[in-house]
Design a protein around this ligand. Structure first.
Ligand SMILES: Cc1cc2nc3c(=O)[nH]c(=O)nc-3n(C[C@H](O)[C@H](O)[C@H](O)COP(=O)(O)OP(=O)(O)OC[C@H]3O[C@@H](n4cnc5c(N)ncnc54)[C@H](O)[C@@H]3O)c2cc1C
Length: 435
């Protein structure tokens, strides 16, 4: 059994930034299913959006709503955009280095953005941000991180959460009690055969919340990225960032002909690629970077350049075989604008949560920002309003006993995966049938 004032599940940007914004006199325990570096946050390539000046507010707001098919929660979009300059200042204060020139920050552009407003660090923006946040968290004496420890259930009594049931690296189960619990378990890519996500991200926060009747939202809103590197057999698909198309790369069919506008929202480009693959009877289409000079490719996309070279594709003269893959989850555990779930003492942040920012479809490079903004708000709410829970011997004894009696926890864990997969499918079908 373990105890902490605040318990955070997950070490992506959302979990780490929550920890960094909590008071230093609170004991914080973070558990994470794999090693800290294995989170989708480390994989983010393209960049992070920011409101670069007030004159861009309307345009940024409208682009986010348009990409989200106007199903976005307006309040959340407003909060995210208005908070973005401060979030970037926070990141810079942790040592995050964004591309600059003599005039200051350099902004790039991705699909469905009317103007360049994305900050980046080469094509490894996620690694740059997350590694700096992780280093800052590791310096904090009030924070403990346990790697290879996974949440398998929540401890919920009468609508209040008092922590989680966890599995340690030897497979033993134990209880963690906390006054506040924050779910930051990321997306659902591990449920899919083809995904750009880490395989261990299997929507666990959704699984446990569903088990306890905690509200979920839009669980059929799964984003497919149009351009992942095609391979016949590959586990996690390598992403070819949208900003490559933003810089001028074009999609080609089997005859080398363009067949769509590459800068439309992701779902529209994905649909166009699928249609073309079906028409051509091919397993992928091609992405040509011939319109971008080699220096720009090497400078802006060095990791994509290297990856392609390792796989026998020399840019820009060769084209990249690309195929759509599951990429992002817009739905999640329902939260309000302070990242509170429908269960007392339980918060959800990052991709595991749904605060409605993305609506039906995420605008490129909004997710790192959204994760950071709403993680900070969760921390603020916990700091200002989070009361200490009464966790007495009776409660501990009850859950220790349950742990010994409930031998089906491992089954339960496996169940989440299949249950979540079928729930997402059911919700999608119901939606398609207009129910
Ligand atoms: C290839 C790729 C490129 C991307 N590019 C961009 C981009 O350019 N810009 C952008 O804004 N967004 C991008 N995204 C999306 C963005 O990276 C994610 O949405 C964001 O990082 C999510 O952060 P998170 O903290 O919520 O989750 P994650 O970073 O995925 O972290 C989840 C954490 O939870 C842990 N965890 C999961 N289940 C459990 C459990 N049961 N118990 C304990 N721990 C658990 C995991 O181990 C992990 O530490 C990209 C995503 C991918 C996959």
């Amino acid at each position: 059994m373990k105890k902490a004032d605040i318990l955070i599940i997950g070490t992506g940007v959302a979990g780490l930034f929550t920890a960094l914004n909590l008071p230093e006199d609170k004991s914080i325990l973070i558990i994470t299913k794999d090693i800290c570096e294995n989170s989708d946050s480390f994989l983010a390539q393209g960049g992070i959006c920011v409101l670069k000046d007030e004159s861009d507010y309307e345009s940024y707001y409208n682009d986010t709503l348009k990409a989200g098919h106007f199903e976005n929660r307006r309040e959340s979009v407003e909060i995210m955009i208005k908070s973005s300059p401060q979030i970037i200042r926070d990141l810079v204060s942790y040592g995050v280095d964004f591309e600059r020139d003599e005039n200051g920050f350099v902004y790039t552009r991705e699909g469905a953005h009317s103007t360049p407003r994305i900050l980046f660090h080469e094509d490894i923006t996620g690694e740059e941000i997350t590694s700096k946040l992780l280093a800052a968290v590791r310096k904090k004496s009030n924070v403990t991180i346990l790697e290879h420890n996974a949440m398998v259930d929540l401890i919920v009594e009468n609508g209040e959460c008092f922590g989680v049931v966890a599995k340690d690296e030897n497979g033993s189960l134990y209880n963690i009690f906390a006054s506040q619990t924050v779910l930051a378990t990321g997306g659902v890519g591990g449920l899919y055969v083809h995904s750009t996500n880490y395989r261990h991200l299997t929507g666990d926060a959704l699984g446990v919340c569903m088990q306890h009747g905690i509200k979920l939202e839009n669980i059929d809103y799964v984003q497919i990225h149009p351009t992942s590197y095609y391979m016949a057999n590959h586990d996690r698909r390598f992403l070819i960032s949208e900003s490559v198309r933003g810089e001028g790369a074009v999609l080609l069919d089997k005859n080398g002909q363009r067949f769509t506008d590459e800068l439309q929202p992701r779902d529209v480009v994905t649909a166009a690629i699928r249609k073309q693959m079906e028409k051509d009877g091919t397993a992928h289409v091609w992405l040509s970077l011939r319109g971008i000079d080699e220096d720009t490719i090497r400078r802006h996309f060095p990791h994509i350049y290297e990856y392609c070279l390792e796989h026998g594709v020399s840019l820009p003269q060769d084209s990249i075989p690309v195929v759509p893959a599951q990429h992002y989850f817009m739905g999640g555990v329902w939260v309000d604008s302070d990242s509170k779930t429908s269960c007392k003492r339980l918060y959800a942040v990052g991709e595991a949560s749904c605060n409605g920012v993305h609506g039906k479809n995420r605008l490129a490079s909004n997710s790192l920002l959204e994760s950071l903004v709403f993680a900070k708000r969760a921390a603020k709410h916990i700091t200002e309003k989070g009361s200490s829970a009464v966790i007495d011997g009776a409660l501990e004894d009850k859950y220790d006993r349950l742990l010994k009696e409930k031998h089906d926890y491992f089954l339960l864990r496996d169940d989440y995966v299949s249950v979540m997969r079928s729930e997402i499918e059911k919700a999608r079908e119901a939606h398609l049938n207009g129910k």
